[in-house]
Design a protein. Structure first.
Length: 174
C-alpha cells in the first residue's frame, strides 16, 4: 500500500477510491523501468503477481495511461523519466497489440493509423500500406514488416488476455 499511496484518496467510508497518474516516483531521473498500463486496476493486479518489482522504490515506476492515450502524453512521460526503459503492459488482445505498436512509434515521434478490415489489420507507414491477419498481428510482426527498431518492450500475461484475469485465476486456484 505504501508504494501506491499517492493513488488512494481517502474519502468517506462509502466513497470510491480515486486512482490516477504515476506511482512509485521518488526521483524521476532515478527510474530504471517505466511500466505503462491502461488502468490502475491493471497495475495493481500486475504488481500483485510480480511483487519483486516493488522492492526498490523509485527504480520502477507505474503509469495508468487511461483508455485513450495520446502521443503527447507519451512524449511527456518520456521527458519526465529520461533514464527509464519503457515497458508496455497492455492486454494480450488486438487493442493491446495495436497500442504497443502506437507507443513504439510515438516514442520515435512517428505515428500510423491502424484499421481492421475483413479480419486484417491494415496500416499505412511511410507511404506504404500493410495488411496482417488479425490472428498473426503483433508488435514483433509490425516491426519485422516495417523495419522499425526500438527499445520499447512489452509484457503479456501468458495464457490469459489480461493480468486481471490471470490474478483472478490464481486466486481461485488457491
Amino acid at each position: 500500500m505504501d508504494y501506491f499511496r499517492p493513488w488512494f484518496v481517502t474519502l468517506t467510508p462509502d466513497s470510491v477510491a480515486c486512482f490516477s497518474g504515476t506511482a512509485g516516483v521518488a526521483e524521476p531521473h532515478m527510474a530504471r523501468q517505466h511500466f505503462m498500463f491502461h488502468s490502475a486496476i491493471d497495475t495493481l493486479c500486475f504488481c500483485h503477481l510480480y511483487p519483486h518489482l516493488l522492492q526498490k522504490p523509485g527504480s520502477n515506476v507505474f503509469t495508468a495511461l487511461g483508455s485513450i492515450p495520446t502521443a503527447g502524453q507519451l512524449q511527456e512521460l518520456k521527458r519526465l523519466f529520461p533514464n527509464a526503459r519503457t515497458v508496455g503492459v497492455f492486454d494480450d488482445d488486438l487493442c493491446g497489440k495495436v497500442l504497443d505498436c502506437k507507443v513504439s512509434l510515438w516514442q520515435m515521434n512517428r505515428d500510423a493509423l491502424f484499421t481492421l478490415i475483413d479480419g486484417k489489420v491494415s496500416f499505412n507507414y511511410k507511404g506504404n500500406t500493410f495488411e496482417i491477419p488479425k490472428e498473426k498481428f503483433s508488435l514483433h510482426r509490425f516491426r519485422t514488416i516495417t523495419g522499425i527498431r526500438s527499445s520499447y518492450r512489452t509484457l503479456k500475461p501468458k495464457g490469459f488476455v489480461s493480468f486481471a484475469s490471470m490474478l483472478a485465476c490464481s486466486l481461485n486456484n488457491q
